[in-house]
Write a protein that binds this ligand. Sequence first.
Ligand SMILES: [Zn+2]
Ligand SMILES: [Zn+2]
Ligand SMILES: [Zn+2]
Ligand SMILES: [Zn+2]
Length: 451
Amino acid sequence: MPPRRINDSYMDVDSDSDISILGDEEQSSRVKAKGKGKAVDKSKRDKAKSKAKEQPYAWEASYTRSWDTVQEDEAGSLQGAVEDLIARGRRKRLLAPANAIRRTIIRHLILLMDLSSAMMDRDMRPTRFDLMLQYAREFITEWFDQNPLGQIGVVGMRGGLGERIGEMSGNPQDVLKSISERHKLEPNGEPSLQNAIEMARSSMSHLPTHSSREILVLFGSLTTCDPGNIHDTLEECARDKIRISLVALAAEMKICRELCDKTGGQFGVALNEGHFKDLLFDLIPPPAQRGVARAGGGGISNPAADLMMMGFPTRLPVTSPPSLCVCHSEMKSEGFICPRCSAKVCDVPTDCDICGLMIVSSPHLARSYHHLFPVKAYVAVMSLDDTLNPSLSCHGCALPFKDATAPASGPAADGTSPFGRYRCPECKNDFCADCDVFVHDVVHCCPGCGK
Ligand SMILES: [Zn+2]
Ligand SMILES: [Zn+2]
Ligand SMILES: [Zn+2]
Ligand SMILES: [Zn+2]
């Protein structure tokens, strides 16, 4: 059947429901301007040309947007902007649930990249395509760091087809290698959401029920060129419990919003380069498992905790005699021995190719663990009156706090402490703002109480 081109005319640019990082006024005007430019699809090439004339040197381009995101205060200082950034991070953390919630830590994700000609648009620097590749690399590294038991596959969409770029793999190096060669990913033609999603879906159909199935679409186009009815695909994804999240680079399309809403994923439109990254990195923590029935009909009731079998392998030293591995049939000394069938595999975590046992190492499990029991958010100290002996220095880094008697002049930004002190609700130790961020984002364990 010849591909049918759907021009989705429903562009809901004004009711953009993203969490705004700009002022509302500024945001809506930006989005409107963006929508207007995109609607005229054919003039894209001319537009790019005229842009190139305005900016003769590529190095100039990287400096054009820097002032958009940071605003000086009346005194011309950037202090306010920096404090606001910190406060925003704190607010986000306070909103996050502090109680243990059920999360899927064995994740399977297909990264679906738009490689259509719309990705050559230069409204994001240097181009949407280059920016997407750069952020995708950072995303993959960070994703594996936080989800060591997960696996990622990569699918591209161009020329009206879905294209398998990288097989599902638990090794970050393999995934990064699959998108390392830029010239092999050169954008052209139309994207096809349906073809690409079908391809992603088929590569996840064999997965066991205890793992999550997720698709993350990075979409820069405003059209999709599909051979059939994409709503059928949507229904099937909802039935297979595949969660689709989408980051749009142009504007909101109704079908994209629907894909995310009906499968329980997240949808966002990137306003600028920084916001694109924020939207992408918001998808790194494992999703909460849902107990309630989803809107799409694929309802699940919260099942009782079920146990799954895992094996902890024996690591072979480099000095052991070389033998064949079962995954690549290569002669190697180092490797891991499956505890059940004694097959030799190259990398953990993986499923044993012979007996199917999931082989993990204990550090991998431990690193996934912090998502289930996050460190409680520290409370900003607003007054020192009720503290008997306020400590003079940070419990984390031992740097002295600001003068305890004189709080910083001016109204403190929302959520930040005027004394620069943040207190652990468990051990009541005070920490500085930097340590607060470090403990929650990197260490995932309070140095005061070990929780
Ligand atoms: Zn191997
Ligand atoms: Zn085995
Ligand atoms: Zn500190
Ligand atoms: Zn503590």
